[in-house]
Design a protein around this ligand. Structure first.
Ligand code: SF4
Ligand code: SF4
Length: 445
């Protein structure tokens, strides 16, 4: 039946939506339902609407369907709450792909498309190409340094303007990927996934990731043929592009012959872990996709598995709170690993944030496509930042950008860092202390 009313590849399947018993246990976990209280902005409403289309009750072309599916953050909090194991995120992603395919099969109206055309263009033609992304980032960085960003970003949609204004000062630094390949030898062979946004905007977090893994005995490899994880393409309903990117990453990492694949971006890591599902029908790749996905770990989880060495000293005592990336928490199941790492850094006082894994509104391209809801969620998130917080630690570049925008607007003076950067800084301060001791000993001779 579903095939008839969802006529394109990757149709939501009956065995995926039928287990929904309409119990409503997912409702309170859903950030969009929390904001609006509307059934159609809840997980149950979305699943039931997909079932209604599959049964021919609601047409695929219904604008209500597109709106219902695209207002979802794809944060997956509902899956954790659902007692029936409904794969809600996957159903919604497949439903979006049907909506997009249906729209693309018809003459294009200029307005009213589910995914803003500029955003879709950027997801398809910029994000997967590091050089193009870097050029765009350099352009924005140059404008930022010349204090021209505000003027030139005025014609952009509000979501892009906010994102541009949140870009980290003093500009967009980059540690070139080849330099990262310097590594330890003989330890756990660890492939580091760079991520396109992380590498271009926050590449110092990638460098920190390589350093902390190496310091804990890993042999680090950074395959140069890796590319974008494909998460943004899936969010935008472009599953074919996501699969093409997945195949490239699988080839790159399996050729590198690593034991594990470390990522420091929850959104990317969740996508990498789902390659087995994305490629389940691809006879040439499904086994390799399973092997690849089984190797993926968030860097915090990996460090715990490796029994990482807690640093002995602290660079600066401070109050830190942790904003959990929803994909890192709900899909990668990182649990308390990032907070446990922070708690083992001497001098840090970790104050836990209420409902830390509730989506901050970044959600891939959501803050570009749905800036009003994204801002409402960010405001709520910022109100949950404990008093006295000096640094918000996070584990995903999308959350990081959203937090930067948030602190600029609502909590001036609070900084935002990646968990692994804070750990790296602590190790570095040990080394400089050791250097000082040696210098004093030299002088005393
Ligand atoms: S919790 Fe699961 S079974 Fe219950 S309404 Fe939500 S999706 Fe359906
Ligand atoms: S993925 Fe997030 S926003 Fe979407 S239905 Fe589930 S809880 Fe709600």
């Amino acid at each position: 039946m579903a095939e008839q009313y969802f006529p394109f590849a990757d149709a939501p399947r009956q065995e995926e939506y039928n287990p929904c018993i309409r119990c409503g246990l997912c409702l309170e976990s859903c950030p969009t339902f929390q904001q609006t209280g509307r059934e159609l902005e809840s997980p149950r409403g979305r699943v039931q609407l997909i079932a209604a289309v599959a049964e021919g009750v609601v047409p695929l072309a219904s604008p209500r369907l597109a709106e219902t599916l695209f207002t979802c953050l794809d944060c997956r909090a509902c899956e954790v709450a659902c007692p029936s194991g409904v794969p809600i995120g996957s159903l919604i992603e497949k439903g979006r792909a049907q909506v997009v395919a249906a729209e693309q099969s018809k003459p294009r109206p200029r307005r009213g498309r589910s995914v803003n055309r500029a955003t879709h263009w950027a997801v398809r033609h910029v994000m997967p190409y590091p050089r193009r992304l870097r050029t765009l980032a350099s352009l924005l960085g140059g404008m930022q340094r010349l204090r021209l960003l505000g003027t030139f970003s005025r014609p952009l949609p509000i979501g892009m303007r906010r994102l541009a204004s949140a870009l980290p000062e003093p500009g967009l630094r980059r540690v070139p990927a080849p330099q990262l390949a310097a590594s330890g030898r003989g330890g756990l062979r660890t492939g580091v996934f760079l991520g396109c946004v992380m590498e271009v905007i926050f590449s110092d977090a990638n460098a920190a990731t390589v350093r902390v893994l190496t310091k804990n005995g890993a042999e680090v490899k950074v395959p140069q043929a890796q590319t974008c994880c494909g998460a943004l393409a899936v969010h935008a309903g472009d599953r074919d592009q996501a699969r093409a990117l997945a195949r490239q990453n699988i080839d790159a990492f399996l050729q590198a012959e690593v034991d594990v694949i470390a990522t420091n971006a929850g959104g990317c890591g969740a996508a990498l872990m789902e390659y087995a599902e994305w490629l389940a029908e691809d006879v040439n790749y499904r086994d390799r996709a399973r092997e690849f996905s089984a190797q993926v770990r968030d860097v915090s989880v990996l460090l715990k598995e490796m029994n990482f060495r807690p640093p002995r000293s602290t660079p600066r005592p401070q109050v830190v709170t942790y904003q959990a990336s929803c994909h890192l928490h709900n899909v990668m199941k990182a649990g308390s690993a990032p907070v446990d790492i922070l708690k083992q850094i001497p001098g840090l006082e970790v104050r836990e944030m209420a409902d830390a894994a509730r989506c901050c509104g970044s959600a891939g391209i959501y803050n570009l496509t749905h800036p009003i809801m994204a801002e409402a969620l960010l405001r709520t998130k910022m109100a949950d930042v404990p008093d006295g917080t000096e640094t918000i630690a996070t584990g995903n570049p999308g959350c990081w950008l959203q937090m930067l925008h948030g602190v600029k607007t609502y909590r001036p003076g609070v900084s935002v860092r990646h968990v692994v950067q804070i750990l790296d800084e602590a190790y570095a301060s040990e080394e400089s202390e050791a250097g000082d001791v040696l210098a004093d000993a030299e002088k005393a001779r």
